[in-house]
Design a protein around this ligand. Structure first.
Ligand SMILES: [Zn+2]
Length: 216
């Protein structure tokens, strides 16, 4: 059994409240992937959503099971044959996705890292000052401009809609991901990273890389 598991890279599931997701790195040491990388068709569906609100579009796409797309993404990029650890950010994000994903994980070495904050004040500060982009799902500092141009997606959004989306996604996380986290904790090893302030939120990618460096 152990030999079977060694065939695959170590997989770490990173479960992070959306408002803390500052992870935008590619590294020599680790492959980071998240739903927007896997589900590339979602960008197209976003552009075709027309009058539909971002939140309604998000509710629709979050319901889908991306297990098949995830596996074919890993195969296409040959990520599964590499020894580099694979970090998957905020997937699975609901019970249905977890049920389907468990099969894939069953013959692999899996860790879980749960990111949390020490106090409500960090959450509040981040929510007041940052939004989450619905497409790349990274955080960006709020500005006074009328529109936000996401540098990763090259698309513009209204700040107002982004605030509504950010609130929705944070609530979605609490409602749907917390039960997922509980179930994962019963099965896999878990470590937890606690964030105390904005600086620690923004330094999270480096912190994760240090963990990888320390464990290899
Ligand atoms: Zn974006």
């Amino acid at each position: 059994m152990e030999t079977e598991k060694n065939k695959y890279p170590e997989i770490t599931l990173i479960l992070i409240p959306p408002i803390f997701n500052s992870i935008d790195i590619s590294s020599e040491e680790v492959n980071f992937i998240s739903l927007p990388d896997i589900a590339i068709s979602n960008k197209k569906s976003y552009q075709q959503k027309r009058e539909k609100k971002i939140v309604d579009w998000a509710k629709e796409i979050y319901q889908k099971d991306y297990n098949g797309e995830l596996i074919s993404f890993l195969q296409k990029k040959s990520l599964i044959e590499q020894e580099k650890p694979l970090f998957i950010i905020n997937y699975p994000r609901n019970q249905k996705q977890l049920d389907s994903f468990k099969n894939f994980l069953s013959d692999k070495k899996v860790n879980t890292i749960v990111i949390s904050s020490v106090s409500d004040s960090v959450d509040e500060y981040m929510t007041e000052n940052y939004i989450v982009c619905p497409l790349c799902e990274k955080i960006y500092r709020k500005k006074k401009d009328l529109k936000f141009l996401c540098p990763k997606d090259n698309l513009t959004f209204d700040w107002n809609e982004l605030e509504i989306f950010t609130e929705f996604y944070n609530l979605y996380f609490s409602k749907n991901m917390i039960p997922v986290i509980r179930e994962l904790l019963d099965i896999y090893d878990i470590s937890s990273i606690t964030l105390r302030n904005e600086e620690e939120v923004l330094n999270l990618p480096e912190k994760l890389l240090r963990i990888v460096g320390a464990s290899s």
